[in-house]
Design a protein around this ligand. Structure first.
Ligand code: GLN
Length: 313
């Protein structure tokens, strides 16, 4: 098994490299345009907490939209199910992650917490004197790394360039969905998106989710089971934006991406995976990352809906 995992991760990185020419780093946040599009990294943690890695696994990057899963957990923990889902829905949009159109034409509340509009609302639902601290404490705990912090340059860059997110927040405020000052909520959102992590940190987070919120090595409960179920379901249906359906068919693992190039994937059998590759496809997902996860899904039989007859491992 050890050899299979080591060689699969190495081959996945080589496989991902074939697709890098099809991608581009995000440039709408100027600080992200400085990333090296050739980087690719992977980390996988087994149920028994064995860590496997390949490529640029320890290169730091900002979580960007992966923060949406942490802010959803913090919102559910502090405000509860009823309050959060009275302000944000549970349906995929089929539109881009920063789209504004359905807020005008379909329904006032954002479709789901995994797109920008939905995340701005969930951030506003974190009921705490200091929502950013609440968020960072959660990240430290679930990634098992107290050193994780905000990348100031990216935060300032996002804050300056974030006019589209501002438009979303003010539209939500005009419809009385956002409680509180939109500028403050946006500031919190930009800070959360700018938290710097590595694939090692995110693989640990995925490992906690993959084990239903428990640390299987100690039996300690880190997140309540009902929250893990919601987060994993929304990752599967909405986590890859308007590529969620295709990714579910091809990889079949609940995952969440960010425009910093990260993908966190909650695999079956207690396995947590994180991928990194800043070159993005047209939907804003890591082009190398999506292919590496698809490769691992096939190689290690990690598709949630795999036929039993396909499973040879
Ligand atoms: N901070 C980014 C934004 O608000 C996050 C988007 C993403 O990762 N898809 O646009």
């Amino acid at each position: 098994m050890k050899q299979l995992l080591e060689s699969s991760l190495k081959s996945a990185v080589l496989y991902g490299q074939h697709y890098l020419a099809n991608g581009k780093v995000a440039s709408y946040i100027p600080e992200l345009a400085k990333a090296d599009p050739h980087q690719l990294g992977l980390c996988l943690i087994t149920k028994e907490k064995e860590i496997y890695h390949a490529g640029d696994w320890l290169v730091p990057f900002t979580m960007q939209s992966i923060s949406k899963t942490f802010s959803l957990i913090a919102a559910l923990q502090t405000s509860g199910y009823q309050k959060v889902f009275s302000k944000v829905g549970m349906e995929p949009t089929g539109d881009g992650f920063d789209s504004i159109v359905q807020l005008e034409t379909k329904q006032l509340i954002p479709f789901n917490p995994m797109i920008n509009a939905g995340a701005i609302v969930t951030v506003s639902c974190i009921d705490s004197k200091d929502p950013v601290k609440e968020f960072l404490d959660l990240v430290h705990k679930l990634c098992a790394n107290n050193e994780i912090k905000i990348n100031e340059a990216t935060y300032l860059s996002e804050k300056k360039a974030g006019m589209r997110n501002r438009s979303i927040a003010y539209l939500l405020e005009s419809d009385h969905i956002l409680e509180g000052d939109p500028e403050i909520i946006l500031d919190h959102y930009f800070k959360m998106c700018s938290v710097s992590v590595t694939t090692k940190d995110l693989a640990h987070y995925a490992w906690v989710l993959a084990n239903d919120g428990l640390d299987p090595t100690t039996g300690e409960r880190l997140i309540e089971g009902w929250i893990v179920r919601i987060v994993k379901t929304l990752m599967m249906t909405c986590g890859m934006y308007d590529e969620s359906g295709e990714f579910a068919v091809k990889a079949g693992i609940p995952s969440k991406s960010g425009v910093g190039g990260g993908i966190v994937s909650v695999a079956p059998n207690g396995i947590g995976i994180a991928a990194f590759g800043p070159a993005l496809n047209k939907k804003g997902n890591s082009v190398g990352g999506t292919h590496m996860i698809e490769y691992l899904s096939k190689e290690l039989n990690l598709h949630y809906f795999a036929n039993q007859s396909d499973i040879t491992a």
